[in-house]
Design a protein around this ligand. Structure first.
Ligand SMILES: [Zn+2]
Length: 543
């Protein structure tokens, strides 16, 4: 009997607790295979090549009812929730990144979610970040022991000849004792501990982006996974409260970045005005708290819709500036935008302005952001006005911005309308809502009843029961005939809107109770899951 409880998820990566009859371990982890699965080794069919044909795999079908359960790209899923599943020879997948990603997605799609994934003979300090990022949990020491036999010194940055042992690169006890075997094993454990830390901080992607640079295959795997947007998007939480480091070109392809742009273009409803000002971003987030944006807002004085042009997100309407990742990203600021950045971001602006027409679009921009706005104007066929001859925060530029808006009417500041359309895909009439609190900690009420608060960590709206009445559909989780005590667990769920992502605000509906809360996993996983928290409950209402 084995069990696997997922604790934290960050994309495909996760931390968890894996239990057998004799052992309980926190994952990700490396162990000796004998301690994981004592007993005779290598059951039939457990060592087939990944590229083996369906005919071959079916001729040597793995034994059932033994742990670990062998899974294979050509085999129907034999595993159940709680099993340890093993993908034999996974180290060979590194020789072809395209196959790696195809096999991984195929296997992930058909295997129960709450299974512990074991990649025997694969983990090295230099690749374990990719393995964890791909959703593997359990490792052994065979790959590092093989490196020891080959007289190679393992580090997260790669393998070196064994003389490196005494060179001061590492000072672990293995190195102190000049024991290569011990160093290599400790280096793997050390790297797994580091990856675990990044998963717990919801920043494993940032680590992978930095670690992968020394290995072309790892970069290729990350990029090919990004190309599988539909698959990756489902696994990425809707919001986090930590910094998103957008320090590489690949940031443009991150699922959360693409999802933000898609929602701004397709779900977000702009305020009723036909004048827009395009503004540069600020290093400080949310932008409103920066000196430069205070100056912009003073000059604009509510007479235009404020749209921030920024990389990698594209376009951030002022109302969405606190929402993840708009309120959380960090980019290296040089003023220079490369060709790919310009192409991706200008296409976001183009798609937005094709959908939302403005009578006047004023570019209060310089450098790369200005170039991108010009590219979009050309694509859409609108004429851009310019209010900025030199630096956007200079007095002359701010005066020009102010006078360009002379005679334009003030528009109503309606953050709630913008945020609710972005988050719940509805065009809500916000007439009669009132606001209290201090930015960004805000509360919205209607008829003296609170309807929404704002999660200052993620920037998302948190509906109350009254708030949910304004959201007619979606984001519902239906539970069995019970009153939740604390969080709702996966087995208690009867059905759920499959569009719900990890981190989405949800309304729990059951015959005996309703509850508000936040989804702890993507709801299309529910069918393939037996254990674990599905909704972190905030409030319960007995019926
Ligand atoms: Zn060492």
């Amino acid at each position: 009997m084995t069990r696997f409880n997922i604790r934290k998820r960050d994309g495909l990566a996760r931390t968890g607790i894996f239990q057998t009859d004799t052992l309980t371990v926190k994952s990700p982890v490396a162990l000796t295979t004998e301690s994981l699965f004592p007993g005779p080794d290598t059951p039939v069919g457990s060592n087939l090549p990944l590229c083996a044909s369906s005919a071959l795999v079916n001729q040597f079908r793995p034994e059932n009812n033994v742990q670990p359960v062998t899974i294979h790209p050509q085999l129907d899923n034999p595993a159940q929730s709680g099993d340890c599943v093993m993908v034999a020879n996974w180290h060979t997948a590194f020789s072809n990144p395209k196959n790696y990603v195809d096999w991984l997605i195929g296997l992930k799609e058909k295997t129960p979610v709450d299974t512990a994934w074991f990649a025997p003979g694969s983990a090295l300090p230099s690749n374990v970040h990719v393995l964890c990022y791909s959703g593997f949990d359990l490792f052994d020491f065979r790959a590092v022991d093989l490196k020891t036999a080959q007289r190679l010194f393992c580090t997260p940055e790669g393998e070196f000849p064994a003389e490196a042992l005494g060179s001061g690169i590492c000072t672990c006890t293995g190195c102190q004792m000049k024991n290569l075997y011990l160093h290599n094993r400790q280096a793997l454990l050390h790297e797994i501990a580091l990856v675990t830390r990044f998963i717990e901080e919801y920043q494993v992607r940032d680590l992978v982006e930095s670690r992968c640079r020394l290995n072309a295959v790892h970069v290729a795997i990350m990029r090919l996974l990004d190309n599988q947007y539909r698959f990756m998007e489902r696994h990425i939480p809707i919001a986090r409260s930590c910094v998103m480091r957008a320090n590489s070109g690949e940031s443009l392809q991150r699922a959360e970045v693409r999802r933000f742009a898609d929602r701004v273009i397709n779900q977000y409803c702009p305020p009723k005005t036909d004048v827009a000002v395009l503004l540069p971003c600020s290093a400080k987030k949310p932008y409103s708290l920066s000196q430069s944006h205070r100056k912009f807002q003073r000059a604009i004085a509510g007479r235009a819709h404020e749209l921030i042009v920024t990389s990698p997100l594209g376009l951030v309407p002022r109302e969405l500036e606190c929402i993840y990742p708009a309120g959380h990203y960090d980019v290296p600021v040089t003023g220079y935008w490369d060709a790919e950045e310009c192409a991706v971001i200008s296409s976001i602006l183009t798609r937005y302005f094709k959908r939302h027409a403005y009578r006047r679009i004023i570019a209060h921009l310089e450098g790369g952001a200005l170039k991108v706005a010009q590219m979009a104007a050309e694509q859409c066929g609108f004429t851009l006005e310019y209010s900025c001859q030199d630096h956007p925060t200079s007095d002359s530029a701010l005066n020009a911005l102010d006078s360009s808006l002379a005679g334009e009417r003030r528009i109503k500041d309606d953050r709630l309308h913008g945020m609710i359309s972005y988050q719940f895909n509805i065009d809500l009439d916000t007439k009669g809502t009132t606001l209290r609190g201090h930015y960004p900690e805000l509360f919205y009420s209607k008829n003296n009843a609170q309807i929404f608060s704002i999660d200052t960590g993620t920037g998302l709206l948190r509906p109350t029961f009254d708030g949910w009445q304004l959201i007619p559909e979606g984001y519902r989780v239906y539970i069995d005939d019970f009153i939740p005590e604390g969080d709702v667990l996966a087995p208690g769920i009867v059905k759920a809107d499959p569009g719900i992502r990890d981190g989405d605000e949800v309304l729990v509906i059951g015959p005996r109770a309703h509850a508000t809360g936040r989804a702890a996993l993507p709801m299309d996983d529910i069918q393939r899951l037996r254990r674990g928290v599905a909704v972190r409950v905030r409030k319960i209402k007995r019926l």
